[in-house]
Write a protein that binds this ligand. Structure first.
Ligand SMILES: Cc1ncc(COP(=O)(O)O)c(C=O)c1O
Length: 407
């Protein structure tokens, strides 16, 4: 069955919002539109439950229960235990806390591996461990293709490596990295694995349990939810790393790496992402089985729709003069996050697209290392065109026409 795009778009108030009419949204990798179930929960929390949660009065009980529901349902979709999932202010804030924990746990002379394909969020915080005498090894992309080759990782791994950090998918290259294979290599060498799933998760919430990493991070504001960072830390690592929360909370796994008080309303509203997945699964006749299988069904619908829309866009830009398409030219190998290096600064071109009713961005997208590694001046940046399952074929057609005008 194909994705019912009209049903999908009816779940997003942005598509019937008069002030957004006539504009097609292609900066989804920066942050997606928010689905109605999330907005409803946020509104309900702020109007009915905005009190300190977990106290013995009704509004508080409901608020606390909704926060617990969000964690339990998101964890079930991701195939992990409820207390292996925690919410923090953002993925960047989450990696900073995790890096602080590793800073205390690692010993001078031990090593970590980072890439130059990552967004800075999964790079800079780890690289700063060098200040403590930790050896930082860089797994480098192919400068021509932006590809990360697992064979290049193999030569960096030895008994000193304690952690390997890499993206499920880069926010400028778009290629999907083989997480299972890379994780197996790192584990075989005795290292833990931290995966930045921020650019991947909007295209299908993954079965993290089966993928295998010890840490998996993504940002709910890009997966149709509120502005939260979602962090999975598998139990063996979470119990091994030193507690970063209040000392008396150290016995509760999901509190160990979230030192600040949580944003109650936004945590609760994350349950709306699970509502949205359920709506899609039921509407399309998906299985009435466990949440991982139901999510896999929904992810399949997303993937088929996105791939069909992506290939014409890739074909329209890949051989254009003075345009360099980053990442694979085949849609199946990548996310619909398409970065183009031009022979001029990208931001004015994005502004020109806006005049054609296309919302897109130009810049470095905090992937400064990934652009530099491919010989692209981060000051000029790239034009980034990113869409998701709720984008229509007509919108992609409109984008292609607008590109003809401005490139
Ligand atoms: C691939 C990737 N990783 C990490 C981040 C940082 O996420 P956050 O804004 O939640 O800190 C971003 C943000 O754009 C991103 O695209």
């Amino acid at each position: 069955m194909d994705l019912d795009i009209d049903f999908v778009r009816a779940q997003f108030p942005a598509f019937s919002e008069p002030s957004l009419k006539g504009q097609a949204f292609f900066e989804n990798a920066g942050g997606s539109y928010t689905c109605a179930p999330v907005i409803r929960r946020l509104t309900r929390f702020y109007t009915q439950r905005k009190v300190q949660p977990y106290a013995p009065y009704e509004a508080s009980r409901l608020g606390g229960e909704e926060m617990d529901e969000a964690r339990a349902r998101m964890a079930a979709i991701l195939g992990v235990e409820t207390d292996e999932l925690s919410f923090g202010p953002s993925t960047t804030a989450n990696t900073y806390v995790l890096a602080q924990a590793f800073r205390q746990w690692l010993k001078p002379g031990e090593a970590i591996v980072v890439t130059n394909q990552d967004h800075e969020a999964n790079s800079g915080p780890w690289r700063r461990l060098a200040e403590e005498g930790i050896e930082v090894r860089e797994w480098q992309v192919d400068p021509l293709t932006g590809h990360l080759d697992p064979q290049d990782l193999a030569v960096l791994l030895d008994e000193d490596v304690r952690l390997v950090c890499f993206p499920h998918c880069s926010n400028v290259v778009g290629e999907i990295n083989p997480v299972v294979e890379i994780t197996a290599m790192a584990h075989a060498a005795g290292a833990f694995v931290c995966v930045d799933g921020v650019s991947y998760a909007p295209h299908g919430l993954p079965d993290v349990g089966n993928l295998g990493p010890d840490i998996y991070l993504f940002s709910a504001y890009k997966t149709y939810g509120p502005h939260q960072g979602v962090m999975v830390i598998r139990r063996p690592l979470g119990e091994l790393l030193p507690n970063q929360g209040h000392y008396f909370n150290g016995g509760t796994l999901y509190k160990r790496f979230t030192p600040a008080g949580p944003d109650h309303a936004q945590v609760a509203a994350c349950a709306g992402i699970a509502d949205y997945y359920d709506l899609l699964c039921d509407h399309h006749g998906g299985p009435a089985s466990d949440p991982v299988e139901r999510a896999a069904f929904v992810n399949g619908l997303f993937h088929a729709h996105e791939t069909a829309l992506l290939q014409p866009l890739l074909d329209a830009v890949k051989d254009r003069n003075a345009v360099r398409l980053l990442g694979p030219t085949r849609a199946e190998r990548r996310a619909p996050t398409v970065a183009l290096a031009l022979n001029r600064p990208a931001a004015p071109v994005a502004a020109a697209l806006a005049r054609h009713g296309i919302m897109a961005g130009g810049g470095d997208f905090y992937a400064v290392r990934a652009l530099s590694a491919q010989g692209i001046d981060p000051e000029q940046g790239v034009l980034r065109l990113s869409f998701t399952h709720y984008t229509s074929a007509a919108e992609v057609g409109r984008l292609i026409e607008a590109l003809d005008q401005v490139l």
